[in-house]
Write a protein that binds this ligand. Structure first.
Ligand code: UDP
Length: 419
């Protein structure tokens, strides 16, 4: 007998945000998987996108009737130094990793396997997230389930020697999942592409009352009664903050009173970020309507308030992974003007769900267009929200995980009844 799924009302809360249809699709697929033991493994319970997704997704899977657990591997300093280097090298940095650290990586995985083996070998499906726990599979010879390597990082241009090393832990997996076509590498098993998602129930994405929004804007000296253009992102040259300032200046000639907010800290391990902030501050110096908010990583509540309070959101990246800030703003019904690159292209459809631009001049033209054609701005904002509802919410992300599980578990059957 499979255990009764816990009833917490979580599915109802998701239905309120994502729509009943999204929940019905999940229920339909989950019926084929009821009672299966599913284990997610990653390397941290808090901090970072993966932990955030699992935090929301694991309870949802439980409520759908899957016997789901989340295990975290325990590492030492050498282990985390090694995996941080993997992260940088796999995303393109030429960086050789000393054998001592590679040994720590393998030893930590072997030690964690001792502790986790009973759970992992028993599981029907194991999702191993990112390179940190990848070697666990080789320590579970008695595994009976399907193992999926879920890669959240951009493997488009890995530093070859490090990728060659990490890759050796992967052939035993039954499938891999990458976030975007551009991020993927060829694998000796099926590769699935599942784009990232946002959680509509997180503090960053739940609707905020106008009073809270007004207070946050005023806290930062932003006038809630004048039009405001926002870009939220790390201070990184690829996010083109100077291009944003240029676009704002060009637009301001036609839209008096326009304000610009650039919000987001630089990563702690990014000295280049400090220089970018400095350049941005210099470029903004003569204009009190440019607000540079650069003191660290702002909380979900603040980001939510800024995005909700903005008239237009820019993400004028010159290079981008997926661009979650675009998704977050679209979900709030904002018209977004984004750089014509990476995952921004999957989200912004010119004239329908936003605008793609290649230059500051292009961005300025679209800012003017939106602020003079307010009805179009509202229509595009609505389309944007619907595009996110259908494609980039956590519920869709989970639906695709369930679909892969159905394919792997029922793949050998003559017929699989989905409906
Ligand atoms: N973010 C945040 N506080 C900040 C700056 C950014 O919470 O001060 C969030 C932002 O809301 C988004 C994420 O960090 O969810 C950035 O993701 P994105 O894909 O846009 O860019 P990345 O930084 O991964 O290149």
């Amino acid at each position: 007998m499979s255990p009764e799924p816990p009833v917490t009302g979580l599915l109802d809360r998701y239905a309120e945000q994502a729509g009943l249809d999204a929940i019905e699709q999940l229920r339909q697929l989950a019926r084929l998987l009821t009672g299966l033991k599913v284990v997610h493994v990653n390397s941290t319970r808090t901090g970072g996108g993966v932990a955030e997704i699992l935090d929301a997704m694991v309870p949802l899977m439980q409520e759908l009737g899957l016997d789901t657990s989340w295990e975290v591997i325990e590492g030492n300093e050498d282990f985390f130094t090694c995996t941080k280097s993997f992260h940088n090298a796999l995303q393109g940095k030429s960086l050789d990793i000393p054998p001592r650290l590679l040994r720590a990586y393998e030893d930590v995985n072997a030690m964690n396997a001792e502790r986790l083996r009973p759970v992992l070998e028993e599981a029907d499906v194991v999702f191993v997230h990112d390179p940190q726990p990848a070697p666990l599979l080789s320590h579970c010879p008695g595994r009976r389930g399907k193992w999926i390597w879920r890669c959240h990082i951009d493997l488009s241009h890995p530093y070859r020697p490090v990728w060659k090393y990490v890759r050796r832990f992967l052939p035993g997996y039954d499938a891999s999942v990458f976030s975007l076509d551009a991020f993927a590498q060829p694998m000796p098993h099926p590769v699935y592409l599942i784009p990232p998602s946002i959680d509509p129930l997180s503090e960053k994405n739940l609707p905020l009352d106008p009073e809270t929004v007004r207070k946050v804007l005023e806290e930062f000296g932003i006038d809630p009664h004048r039009p405001m253009v926002l870009q939220v992102s790390r201070f990184d040259r690829f996010k083109d903050p100077l291009g944003v300032i240029q676009a704002y200046r060009l637009a301001k000639d036609f839209v008096p009173g326009l304000q610009l907010v650039l919000a987001g800290g630089s990563a702690v391990d990014d000295p280049e970020g400090e220089m970018v902030v400095e350049d941005v501050r210099n470029a903004a110096r003569d204009d009190p309507d440019i607000h540079v908010l650069s003191s660290g990583h702002y909380s979900d509540r603040i980001i939510n308030a800024l995005q909700t309070g903005a008239d237009i959101v820019l993400q004028k990246s010159l290079r981008e992974g997926f661009g979650l800030t675009v998704t977050e703003a679209m979900w709030k019904g904002k018209p977004v003007i984004g750089g014509n690159t990476g995952g921004i292209r999957l989200q912004l459809v010119n004239h329908r769900t936003g605008f793609l631009v290649d230059t500051p001049e292009g961005a300025a033209m679209r800012i003017r267009y939106f602020l003079t054609e307010r009805h179009r701005m509202a229509q595009i904002g609505q389309n944007a929200r619907e595009l996110v509802r259908q494609n980039f919410l956590l519920t869709r992300h989970l639906r695709e995980y369930l679909t892969i599980m159905v394919a792997l578990i029922h793949g050998n059957e003559d017929r699989i009844e989905l409906g």
